[in-house]
Each structure stands twice: as C-alpha cells, then as structure tokens.
Ligand binder design. Sequence first.
Ligand code: GUN
Length: 296
Amino acid sequence: MATIIDGKAVAAQIKKEIAEEVARLMAEGQKQPHLAAILVGHDGGSETYVANKVKSCGECGFKSTLIRFEDDVTEAQLLDTIRQLNEDDDVDGFIVQLPLPRHIDEQKVIEAIDPRKDVDGFHPVNVGRMSIGLPCFVSATPSGILELLKRYDIHTSGARCVILGRSNIVGKPMAMLMMQKATPGDSTVTVCHSHTKDIKEICREADIIIAALGSPGFVTADMVKPGATIIDVGTTRVPDSSRKSGFRLSGDVDFAGVEHLCRYISPVPGGVGPMTIVSLMRNTLLAATGKVYPKK
Ligand code: GUN
C-alpha cells in the first residue's frame, strides 16, 4: 500500500513551527520578520497567489506589505521600488509576483533584487550558490519537495532519481539538489524532457520520479517500478463543468493507475502545492534571522 504524501498537513505543521519560532524571537525583543510583495495588474491567478502569501504571513506572525501597480507601470518605476525595498532595513525579504506585463523585462527585474532579500530564490546569485552547495535561498517548489522527502524520511542516497521536465524553476534546480552531497540528495539523477528517447524505459528504472512537465496523466503504470516514490509537481487546469470554478487541477501522474505500485506518492491537489507558500515563509524567516546571509 502506498503512503500518500499529505502536503497540506505538513504545510500546516511547518506554519505552526514558524509561528512558534517568531513568537520566541519577538519575546527576546527581536524584530518581527517582514515580507513585502509587489503585484502588477489584476491577473486572477497572481491575485490569488499573492493573497494567500499575505494570509500566510499573518498565520506565521510576520508583518507583510503589499505594493500594487496597474498594468501600465513602467519598468523604471518598478526598478525604483525594488531599489527602495533593497535599502529598507525593516524589509527582510520581498518578491515580485510573476508573470509581469510584456513591456517589462522580467530578468532585469529579478536581477535588480538584492540576493540577500531574494526569498523567491530566483536571482542568479542564489541559483548559482544553490548549484554549488553554498547557503542560499532555494526557490519554493524544489525547497517544498526536499522538505516532503525529509519529513517522510524517504531514502534518497544512491537512489535512481528521474526528473521529468527541465524548467528553470523546477526541473533544473531539482536535479542539482537531488545530486548534491546531502540528505535529501546523493541520488543518481537523470533529467528527461521533450527530446528524450525511451522515456518509459528510463522511468521504469527509477526509485524516485519527480514529474514536472505540465502534461496531465503523463506518468502511467507501465512507467513505474514497484516500490517507487512519485512526486507530482504538475498543476494543469483542465475544464470540469461539475466544479463551480469550471476547472480542476490535474497532475502529471495517472494517480489512480499507479498508486498501487508506489511506496510513496504525492497527490494533486494536496501534495507539493501547499508546500510552496511555506517554503517562502521559511525563506523569509531565514532572511530575518540572517541564517543564509549574515545581517549587515
Ligand atoms: N508566479 C508563479 N509562481 C511564482 C513564485 O513562486 N514567485 C513569484 N514571484 N511569482 C510566481
């Protein structure tokens, strides 16, 4: 019988742990951790994500600041706000919610953020430090997956780990983290993508599959070795007229078809998803306490 990885329960537990730590810090007279978020425009998905981030800050005992701009904000205005947040000693970390309108160069915006406040872990300094195993902010999804592996005590040393997808935000960092000399880590990693040959055969060799393709139901029973662990990162909206919202979230794994083969499996929703916001909260606490980059 597979153990279903309950990301919702783990996320709730971590938020509780963070809130306790914040209460302890404040009782010692330390400053309240402070996360700021910049939101441009009114994209429905981004509005929801940012509202949830602000809500989580409250649950963790953090101060939060939301800075909003309309779609017609100029790149210069945005860069100026980033400069102010970089210099604001009260702000421990901040994020610029992506995607941004097309007239703004996203990479330029990411690189304008002080890496010491880049709690999203998107700045090339943090990505580079992560890839060579230095203290850094690890981005939310890979960090959430590592935490699930850790909390479920899933054995990764010497395991064959197949990562499906090579995106900058999941596949590539996940490959770096699973191969690093650490626990979790020490895995033999194969990254598969749209040009990979014999993908089914490669997956069948895997002790751990991390699926981050955005292709609903891609991983089927004929690709899974009995006893494997599967982490499903897919979150594709598929139309569903029986839902009030008109859609449901579908993972990259045919959960019903493969569950009986697995030792551990993470569902969608309720697996990796709930972990991403708590990863941001953990990074904010690390920023506030100077655990990654010493405070100036
Ligand atoms: N858009 C979708 N996911 C994210 C995230 O983790 N951080 C930011 N800044 N924008 C996003």
